[in-house]
Design a protein around this ligand. Structure first.
Ligand code: CP
Length: 471
């Protein structure tokens, strides 16, 4: 099977079988890194890194060199014509005509999707703001698979910045795809965004059990666990749901502890003032029985959350994770460039990771409320139309197709109620029964009464004057 001409924007772009095929080609290449120079001869990779990087950029560039291809690069937005107001779409079209594959890191969430939509060549997301970092996840999964021979049924604790950590977001979905259980251990104030929890439960199955914060600290010992995801393939699910025994979850041991640094560059001003992430994973921390056989992982770079004294501990995996970036990225480049083909396991994924939700394209100006979404940035708004998946009717929830940020609009109307009849041009509260009756193709949403009224809609008796969801 060929993966030629495919892009990797989110981890959902690869099936489990395809990920396993990347791993098996990486295994082959790892054994002969210096004997692959015929694989991508004549191909050019463009490396666009508009945020700092050591591992991802240099391992992609090293991987392309080892495959015999060439690399062109830009590492500073200020040195490209984006600084003169060029759009991502125009840049993508141009760069796509110069190179065979694009690797991009950019601070805007959804930026890699825009580049993939316009480039005409495969695009690899090397990190789009706090959204996703799928190739780091391939390195993480590959490491777990190599060290434990399986991912299914394992218990993986995620510690630190679960709100802005893009490696965390990709890894959560990947672990769910492969049937692992997840312990969420956030720095207070940096919990996993609700839209990620919702997607995890609705699209990958399983259950998320939330633990009350105070009790959690008492019962969970050193790990500040606030929630657990139990995979549908786990016998735990039957035995312990509802009401997971958090103590038991820890006593039976943690297979991997995935530590992340606080992503301070993405903090709001208040978060910068208020968030205190004093927990340090060190020898003392790892003395607990639950960590006896734990793989200590980190996407790196580290700051203060992981002590250097752990480096000599055989449980430390982070330098192996980074080193495995070379064969993983070599395999990925060779496959997406069509220079290698691999057998892909035919059976369907164990978990459903794609749902065909109806799309809301608007018609009235509802924009993504995420201020770092690519779709709301000045130049990009000239050609990108806001587009959302309707992921739930109760409550009505839209998910931006670019950054995957979810939100619940406050007011709704239907396009077919007012056609030609101004007296029926009414808007309603989104939590009224009307939300369930409107056909997706007729749905109109508003974030405020004033937005609805500016478009000529009048409040119905279901608009709930004085409702807390009002302006
Ligand atoms: N893990 C990772 O993305 O590292 P860099 O930021 O150094 O690329």
């Amino acid at each position: 099977m060929t993966l030629a001409n495919r892009s990797l924007v989110t981890i959902d772009d690869l099936s489990n079988g395809e990920i396993e095929s990347v791993f098996s080609l990486a295994d082959k290449m790892a054994g002969a890194l210096d004997r692959q120079t015929d694989v991508c001869q004549g191909k050019i990779m463009v490396s666009l890194f508009f945020e700092p990087s050591t591992r991802t950029r240099l391992s992609f560039e090293a991987a392309m060199h080892r495959l015999g291809g060439s690399v062109i690069s830009a590492v500073d937005i200020g040195a490209t014509s984006l600084a003169k107001g060029e759009s991502l779409a125009d840049m993508a079209k141009i760069v796509g005509s110069y190179a065979d594959i694009i690797v991009i890191r950019h601070p805007w969430e959804g930026s890699a999707k825009v580049v993939a939509d316009y480039a005409g060549v495969p695009v690899i997301n090397a990190g789009d703001g706090g959204h996703q970092h799928p190739t780091q996840t391939l390195c993480d999964l590959y490491t777990i698979q190599k060290e434990r021979q399986t991912i299914r049924g394992l218990k993986i604790a995620l510690l630190g910045d679960l709100k802005y950590g893009r490696t965390i977001h990709s890894l959560i979905f990947a672990l769910a795809k492969f049937g692992a259980n997840i312990l969420f251990c956030p720095t207070p104030g940096l919990e996993v965004p609700q839209n990620i929890i919702k997607k995890l439960v609705t699209e990958y199955g399983g259950e998320v059990e939330i633990q009350p914060a105070v009790e959690g600290k008492k019962r969970a010992g050193v790990l500040p666990m606030d929630a657990v995801y139990i995979t549908p393939s786990s016998p735990h699910q039957l035995a312990l749901m509802p009401g997971i025994n958090f103590d038991l979850e820890l006593k039976t041991g943690v297979d991997a502890l995935y530590v992340t640094r606080p992503q301070k560059e993405r903090f709001t001003y208040d978060e910068g003032q208020g968030i205190n992430s004093s927990l340090v994973v060190n020898k003392e921390f790892l003395k607990g029985k639950e960590f006896k056989k734990t793989l200590v992982m980190h996407p790196l770079p580290r700051v203060d959350e992981l002590a250097y004294e752990v480096d000599a501990d055989p449980r430390s995996m982070y330098f192996k994770q980074a080193a495995r970036g070379i064969p993983i990225r070599m395999a990925l480049l060779a496959l997406l460039l069509g220079s290698r083909e691999v057998a892909v396991r035919e059976e369907p994924d164990f978990f459903r990771s794609k749902v065909n939700y109806p799309i809301y394209k608007g018609g009235y100006e509802v924009t993504c409320p995420n201020p770092v979404c690519v779709s709301v940035q000045g130049t990009e708004t000239k050609y990108l139309k806001p587009e959302f998946k309707i992921v739930s009717l109760e409550p009505l929830t839209l998910r931006c197709v670019y950054c995957e940020h979810g939100f619940e609009p406050k007011y709704i109307a239907s396009a077919d109620w007012h056609e030609g009849r101004l007296d029926t041009k009414k808007y309603h509260r989104a939590d009224s029964h009307w939300a369930r009756t409107i056909k997706p193709e007729n749905l109109i949403v508003f974030n405020s009464k004033s937005e609805a009224e500016a478009q000529g809609f009048k409040p119905s008796r279901y608009a709930g004057a004085g409702h807390p969801g009002g302006d």
